[in-house]
Write a protein that binds this ligand. Structure first.
Ligand SMILES: [Zn+2]
Ligand SMILES: [Zn+2]
Length: 310
């Protein structure tokens, strides 16, 4: 199994200035399936940039109705369902994301929910999907219907807090996690309302005692404050191996020993089919067309046909 970070920046301003990317993360090869979690702005482009294929995902999870988490959800769903031509995969999220709640969302149109199995979850809900079990976990954040999750696959548990401040029930909801992924916006003690800072994260790690803890969704203060050194400090304080995620970080997870995950820094690929790439050669263009035809991406096919007859 791999956990791949396509963005480790968090919060509105991190997203606007892209000092760190905001594409969320993928859990790949979990029982043979791939899932994209919180595909924020740039998720699609970052997928290609790090050499992955957006078409091979089996589910999209969106934790709450903030742009840095949902922005690219619909286009990722289009990739998953082959441009909405096939019924495929899961769309998982809270009420605000999928149905709308008060002034929050919906963030994914009914059209984009129509070709996949939809799981609308409230904190505390437990559901099966593919070979896994998902428990929606509570958050204390701006969106009152925001959720995190704990996914269980054959006794192995991956927890994701999503955006939330620290509160005692949070560790109960994530109890038993082998891997804990948390949004940690700021270093130190001072936290912004509805967000976790390092001190809250330390409490959480001490209470849950995962085998591996990962901080992501880093705000501007954290980014400029040496997050790797901060992670080392937390490792020392808690005795739990803690990592600060970085853009393009891929973790090869051994189920028996997640603390010894192999960290790979993915190469920033000059993706040949990235449309904005000016260096693209005509030979490559030809192959893009072929590839599109092979994948039944028929609007492309349509365009090619028309171009020929013009
Ligand atoms: Zn956020
Ligand atoms: Zn948020």
């Amino acid at each position: 199994m791999k956990i791949i970070f396509l963005g480790t920046g968090g919060g509105r301003f991190s997203a606007i200035n892209q000092r760190r990317m905001t594409g969320g993360f993928r859990i790949d090869n979990l029982g043979g399936k791939n899932y994209h979690i919180d595909p924020g702005p740039g998720a699609l482009v970052r997928t290609y940039q790090f050499g992955l294929d957006p078409r091979n995902i089996d589910g999209v999870f969106v934790s709450h109705a903030h742009t840095d988490h949902y922005n690219d959800a619909e286009i990722m769903i289009e990739a998953m369902t082959r441009g909405m031509t096939q019924e495929m995969g899961y769309v998982i999220g809270g009420k605000s994301v999928l149905s709308g709640f008060e002034s929050w969302g919906p963030c994914i149109s009914r059209y984009h929910q129509s070709n996949s199995k939809v799981l609308e979850l409230e904190a505390g809900d437990v559901r099966y999907f593919d070979n896994c079990l998902i428990r929606a976990t509570p958050t204390n954040h701006g969106d009152p219907k925001g959720i995190g999750f704990q996914i269980e696959y054959k006794d192995f548990k991956i927890s994701y807090t999503a955006d939330t401040s620290y509160f005692p029930e949070l560790s109960k909801a994530h109890q038993g996690a082998d891997i804990l992924i948390a949004s940690v916006l700021r270093p130190g003690r001072k936290s912004i309302k509805g967000h976790m800072s390092t001190s809250g994260f330390i409490k959480l790690v001490n209470e849950i005692k995962p085998k591996l803890a990962i901080m992501t969704h880093l705000g501007l203060k954290m980014i400029t404050n040496k997050p790797i050194a901060e992670a080392k400090r937390i490792t020392k304080l808690t005795g739990i191996k803690t990592l600060a995620a970085f853009d393009g970080m891929s973790l090869d997870i051994n189920y028996n020993n997640p603390a010894r995950a192999r960290i790979v820094s993915l190469k920033d690929v000059d993706a040949p089919y990235h449309g904005s790439n000016s260096k693209i050669s005509s030979y490559e263009r030809k192959n893009i067309d072929k590839l599109a035809m092979k994948n039944n991406e028929s609007d492309e096919f349509d365009l090619i046909q028309r171009r020929r007859f013009q």
